[in-house]
Design a protein around this ligand. Structure first.
Ligand code: ZN
Length: 320
């Protein structure tokens, strides 16, 4: 009997789940709300119930399920499946692996959300089969996943790939959530790009972004890229600043890990070539020529499915 892999991606508002074949076909995907009550202690029970309901809805029994790969935000010990702290969920010192295994009777493997997204893109997305891959997610924050020889680089305590907190060599910089200043995340996330443009409004009195600000009361990274496409000088300044920091960080990282693919995902990546072109221009200033030659840039293709697909990939590898 061909079994299904279970991929799960836990977020602050929804939990995405999918049954996926070992060949990588999505049989079914759905989501449930994240119940953050009482420190998130009902979440694993609700996942277990939802899996059982879905499998019977599809006319199958639990024996059809091979194992679970689950991603969650926060600091995670992959070996023990222990979550130290997931701010958006409420988990603190939570034994996610043990708790979910108890609720489902399936073997569970845990990793952080940025890492499973990278694995998803490696397996079925923009990674295109590459075994050495750098995945950068530009969303509310900046997440990273480094895949080396087909495996996620974890580091000694699960912190590898936290590239959003590479700090700028420029002194000062914006305050970051992590407590430091000048982190990549403060200038290259959606929030960071919008802030760069907002801070430049007073200098660029003729910018079209003044109208957006008047209408909407705020700027978004999408508004900045729209204005950039139309040739707005403030937007140009903001996008170029972001691409300088991002290209500098990625170029140096690439010198260290020599990736075949550099996959850019997250909301900001919807800008496509408007982002990639100036980014590549900066990247080649810092990457060694042979490193730059070996590395292809690509926009992530799996969108919100990257997490469940990467989770399923982990479940597949875990059961070999
Ligand atoms: Zn930081």
């Amino acid at each position: 009997m061909e079994k299904w892999l279970v991929g799960i991606d836990v977020g602050g508002t929804t939990i995405k789940m999918a049954f996926i074949t070992t060949a990588g076909e999505i049989v079914s995907k759905w989501e449930i709300p994240t119940n953050t009550e009482d420190g998130g202690k009902y979440i694993t029970k609700e996942i277990g119930q939802s899996l059982a309901e879905k499998v019977s809805e599809l006319g199958e029994s639990k024996e059809k399920l091979q194992g679970i790969g689950i991603g969650a935000p926060g600091f995670i010990n992959m070996e023990t499946g222990f979550i130290y702290h997931a701010v958006n969920i409420g988990w603190r010192d939570f034994p996610l692996k043990d708790s979910l295994e108890e609720e489902t009777g399936l073997s569970v493997i845990v990793d952080n959300d940025a890492n499973i997204a990278a694995l998803g893109e490696m397996w079925l997305g923009a990674g295109d089969g590459a075994n050495d891959l750098l995945c950068v997610t530009l969303g509310t924050g900046v997440g990273g996943g480094i895949v080396s020889n087909g495996n996620i680089v974890q580091g000694v305590n699960g912190m590898a790939g936290e590239i959003g907190h590479l700090t700028s060599v420029v002194e000062g910089g914006y305050q970051c959530n992590c407590g430091k200043t000048g982190c990549l995340e403060t200038v290259a996330s959606a929030t960071g790009i919008a802030r760069l443009a907002t801070d430049g409004l007073s200098t660029y009195s003729d910018s079209s972004l003044h109208q957006v600000m008047e209408q909407d009361g705020k700027l978004t990274s999408k508004a900045v890229f729209d204005a950039y496409a139309a040739g707005d000088s403030l937007a140009k300044q903001a996008v170029e600043t972001t691409c300088f920091h991002l290209g500098f960080a990625i170029g140096n990282l690439a010198n260290a890990i020599n990736p075949a693919k550099i996959v850019i995902g997250g909301g900001v990546s919807k800008a496509g070539n408007l982002l990639l072109e100036p980014l590549k221009k900066e990247f080649i200033k810092y990457a060694l020529p042979r490193v730059a030659e070996g590395a292809d840039f690509a926009i992530a293709t799996l969108g919100n499915d990257a997490g469940v697909i990467g989770g399923a990939w982990l479940a597949k590898e875990n059961s070999r």
